[in-house]
Design a protein around this ligand. Structure first.
Ligand code: PL4
Length: 410
């Protein structure tokens, strides 16, 4: 008799983003004809850079001729893309990695969720709070927690690293011994970016405790301050203790095209494994469970990493950062306390005292017809906040901010 994985039943509520969409649909049914403006989900809206489109069209032409057609590629990704990624890290970040340490994927979300499979279910997991929900949910399903406690909003067994106004939304290293640590910088949802010193503290902690950091750098392209690290491997010793996850989604507008990568260094070690063990395990995992990213998307990815392609992608990133500036200034003009929106596409705004995240979400939707994301959906420390996304057409973002400024009235 088959038995279900009962860890699924521990998942506290519906996944955050479909829940936001559901509540928005309900609101729209009650308010027919009212145009809703969306600053909720982090979903790109602008056209792909021409140089990337041309590269993907060229690949399609090759696929349409039996002499140049190619089918399955390497599960780890096409070698030219892995080489381009290696060269990009060297050129842009001064980080030297080997080509085979890069594993191309169909995006950061699946890698963030799947990497936990490398680790035993009795590992103790530390999660930044608030955090992109995938880290929590995948480890719940992986059996690394007890039950969800509705009173605290926490899962038994997780160590929550609270990000708050006092610590500038970058948490301290764990006070107890943990085995896996999820970090995201620039952070989703707070928009805060860890400094080199802050990341070094985590790397030092991980090396001392033989812990592993899973570092999500999906928004690294948004960092403009040259002092801020864009890869965890800018920190000495990180190759021994960190896996980095990244994506073309927010760098190149590939949210629908689907392409990402993870770096699993040869030097990575943990309590019961020496060098190369985790690297080889991830290689084995990908070869068995993944058939490689789309070859069309990979052609676009290679183009994005050329000087011309990267310049075009940077213009796209600058466009969204222009939106972020408009949003943050608009919210601050109402007296709302905000972080993020500078080296990041997200603005984290504190609601009025005593108002919950979902109530603030409802208030903004009811009064201003703007959808945001409730902070509590990212973890208990997000209570009282909302996340505002800078992804949208400029005219729509301007209209949403205008409506918030005119109608929020707090
Ligand atoms: C909506 C920190 C967005 N349905 O596109 P990917 O898979 O390469 O990247 C996903 C991803 C990875 N890491 C971080 C992210 O913030 C995201 C994308 N997050 C958001 O609004 O928070 C899109 C979410 C999507 C989802 O559930 O991920």
């Amino acid at each position: 008799m088959a038995k279900i994985n009962t860890n699924f039943s521990k998942l506290a509520a519906g996944y955050l983003f479909p829940e936001v969409a559901r509540r928005t649909r309900v609101w729209q049914e009650k308010n027919p004809g009212v145009k809703v403006m969306r600053l909720g989900i982090g979903n790109t809206t602008e056209a792909l850079p021409r140089v990337l489109v041309d590269a993907m069209k060229k690949k399609l032409d090759l696929l349409s001729d039996r002499n140049t057609y190619t089918g399955y590629g390497d599960e780890q990704g096409d070698i030219p893309l892995r080489q381009a990624l290696r060269d990009f890290y060297s050129r842009k970040y001064g980080v030297e990695l080997e080509m085979d340490e890069f594993f191309v994927s169909d995006g950061g979300k699946s890698d963030s969720a799947n990497l936990q499979e490398l680790f035993s279910s009795d590992n103790i997991v530390a999660i930044q709070d608030p955090a992109y929900p995938v880290y929590v949910d995948s480890n719940v399903v992986g059996g690394r927690t007890g039950e969800f406690n509705p009173k605290t909003g926490c899962y038994d067994g997780f160590v929550y690293l609270e990000s708050n106004a006092k610590n500038g939304f970058i948490p301290e290293v764990p006070k107890c011994k943990v085995d896996l640590i999820y970090l995201c910088s620039p952070n989703n949802p707070t928009g805060a970016v860890a400094t080199k010193a802050q990341l070094k503290a985590f790397v030092d902690y991980a090396r001392e405790n033989k812990a592993i950091i899973i570092f999500d750098a999906a928004y690294s392209a948004y960092i403009e301050d040259p002092e801020l690290p864009r890869s965890i491997y800018e920190i000495e010793g990180a190759k021994e203790c960190a896996i980095e996850v990244n994506s073309f989604s927010k760098l190149a507008g590939f949210t629908g095209v689907r392409l990402g990568w993870s770096i699993v260094p040869h030097a990575l070690v943990c309590e019961n494994s020496g060098e190369n063990v985790l690297h080889n395990m991830w290689n084995r995992r990908q070869c068995t469970f993944f058939n490689g990213a789309s070859n069309i998307a990979q052609a676009g990815g290679i183009a994005a990493l050329t000087d011309e392609g990267y310049k075009a992608c940077s213009e796209l990133v600058d466009y969204y950062k222009g939106n972020a500036k408009i949003i943050r200034e608009g919210l601050e003009s109402l007296g709302l306390v905000c972080v993020g929106g500078k080296d990041s596409p997200y603005i984290w705004a504190k609601g009025p005292e005593g108002v919950s995240s979902w109530d603030f979400f409802d208030m903004i939707l009811d009064r201003c017809h703007v959808v945001v994301t409730p902070g509590s959906g990212f973890g208990p420390a997000g209570e009282g906040y909302v996340r505002v996304s800078a992804y949208g057409h400029r005219e729509d973002v301007e209209a949403a901010v205008k409506s918030i400024k005119e109608n929020l009235k707090i």
